[in-house]
Every structure is written in C-alpha cells, then in structure tokens.
Design a protein around this ligand. Structure first.
Ligand code: DGY
Length: 320
C-alpha cells in the first residue's frame, strides 16, 4: 500500500508505517501547490494528511479515485466533506486526546497574556519604550473568581476549564450540544444557553468543533452583547469569528481584549489592523505544537493507516 504524507512529521510515525511494510511517499518539498498535491494523491492508496490548506471535497474524491483511506494529522476535520467520504466508504482518521493538553495550555496562555497585556508590554520593551514605573499605564485585570464561559465543552474545553478553576478559582459556565455531567460534578460547571454564555462570561473561550452552520457565529451582534471587560479567546477555528467585527468590538470597547491562536482568514495578513491593537495577542495556530502532542499525533495517524492496511477499523475515526 502506498501512503502519501504531504509534509514531514515526527520520525516515529514514518518508522511505524515502514515497519508495517507500507511504502511511504514524501513530497520533494513542503510547499506543494494544489496541482502538485493532487498528483501525489492520485498515485497513492492512502494519505496521511497534514494541514487544511486543501479540501477533501467532491472535486478531490473525483480526481483521486484510488484513495481508499485518509488519516488526518489533526483532531479537526472541517476541511473534509465527510458525506462524500462516506459515500465512497473512505474512512477518515483523526487524532483526538493527544493534543488536548497542549491546545488547552495555549488557550490558558492567551487568557493570561491578554489579561495582563503581555504582548503589548513585550513590544514596548523591544521598542525601547520602557522608561519608568507608571502606576496607571497598561493595567491588566485579574482572573481570580471571574467567570469563564466555554463554548464547546469537549476534551479541550474541559482541560481549559479545569486549569482555570484550579489556578484562578474561576466559575465555569458552558454551552454545548450536550450537557457534560463530569464537568458539572468535578468543576461545578453550569450549563447555560448561548445568550447567557455571551452575557455572563468575563472570559469566553471557543473550543467547539467547527461546522459550516457556525461560520462567523461570533460577530458584531454577539460582541455587542458581551461584557465590556470580556476577553474573547479562540483556539478552535478562525471561521468561528468575524475578524473585522472583532477588531471593531476591540476598538470601540464592546469587549476588553482578544487572544487568537486561529484567525479568519488563516494565515492572516501581517497588515491586518487587529495586530496594531494593544489588547490583542495573536499566535500562528500553535495549539498542538509541542514535542509530546506532535509525537502523539504521528503515532495515532500511523495507527489509523496501519489498522486500515490490515482491513481493520481505524481506532480513531471521524466518520462512523
Ligand atoms: C487540530 O488538530 O485540529 C489542530 O487545529 C491542528 O490542526
């Protein structure tokens, strides 16, 4: 079986595939155009797929009839048309759990960074503008006892809530498709409606899986209903927020700050005016970027491909 991997991943994953007797195809360079990527996919039986630059849609499946399995190197699968994959009996593997700690760490980092204006202050030091002690400049707000609203309380949302509760004794409210009994019991988390979530959160952190019907859910009308001291955190998918509306909400004081590990569009332009604001911290989608998480993702993706090659069900599958 020929397995195309579109970018280098930790060696562990490649070794597992080779030791299982599979032929691994790596591209000549990491920056493939759509046409180059498609050509590699057409010559493969399975793909271990890194990133979401290219979509697995009807056009792809029609152009690559030999593809029998896709193992994503991500937990998110919003760049895959699962219905199209189902119609062709193509399993789509993903990498849950192994990145929950790392990604929730980044949400936690952004929450603290924005609450104490860390990027702005770091920038000030770099520019030589650290002149004197100023009792009134660049004041942050403390997180102790504040209300953290979690939108999407799955594995990553739970870890963010748990850390925030332990570190800052934050009250946890959440909105989710289903109520989460474990969170209610262990974190005294309270299930609320979406309207209540946006109205009561001092920090609102997005952790849901992205679906097209949630596109730009966090827009002007939502930001206007949030508290003026609220911090908006998005480490899930940039498509959840309307970035121009977010910029305006930050400028006109509808909300207090924002921490983004995902942007809309992604990657975003270095000229985006949001980068000029002092109440924003933006990271380049590094949620899962730890040695531990990336090794875990390589292992799970390789396990998915190997199981498929043996005629078994993928152990971590996004489609039923
Ligand atoms: C994921 O796993 O979905 C992360 O966002 C990395 O793409």
């Amino acid at each position: 079986m020929r397995v195309f991997i579109n970018k280098r991943i930790p060696e562990l994953g490649i070794t597992m595939l080779e030791e299982a007797g599979l032929e691994v195809i790596l591209p000549e360079h990491d920056d493939l155009s759509y046409e180059e990527w498609l050509k590699y996919c057409q010559d493969a039986d399975a793909i271990l797929s890194i990133g979401s630059d290219f979509k697995y849609d009807k056009k792809f499946f029609e152009a690559c009839p030999n593809i029998k399995a896709i193992a994503l190197y991500s937990v998110g699968f919003d760049h895959v048309d699962i219905q199209e994959a189902n119609q062709r009996n193509i399993p789509v593997g993903n990498t849950p759990d192994v990145l929950s700690r790392a990604t929730s760490d980044v949400a936690f980092l952004l929450m603290q960074s924005v609450s104490r204006r860390a990027s702005y202050n770091f920038q000030k030091v770099k520019e030589g503008n650290w002149k004197t002690f100023d009792p009134l400049h660049a004041l942050g707000q403390e997180l102790y006892g504040k209300t953290l609203g979690i939108f999407g309380l799955g594995r990553i949302g739970f870890e963010m809530a748990e850390k925030s509760r332990k570190a800052f004794d934050m009250n946890i409210i959440y909105h989710n498709r289903h109520q989460n009994e474990q969170a209610e019991k262990e974190l005294q988390a309270q299930y609320v409606s979406f309207e209540e979530l946006i109205a009561h959160s001092d920090v609102l952190s997005v952790h849901a899986s992205f679906t097209p019907d949630q596109k730009e859910l966090f827009n002007r009308s939502v930001f206007e209903k949030m508290k003026p001291n609220a911090i908006f955190i998005n480490t899930a998918r940039g498509g959840f927020h309307q970035q121009q509306d977010l910029y305006e909400a930050l400028v006109n004081g509808a909300i207090w700050g924002a921490g983004l590990d995902v942007t809309n569009p992604e990657p975003m332009s270095e000229n985006d005016p949001i980068l000029e604001l002092s109440n924003v911290c933006v990271l380049p989608h590094i949620g899962s970027a730890t040695i531990e998480a990336r090794n875990g993702m390589a292992r799970l993706a390789a396990e998915n491909i190997i199981a498929f090659s043996k005629g078994e069900k993928m152990p971590h599958c996004a489609n039923p």
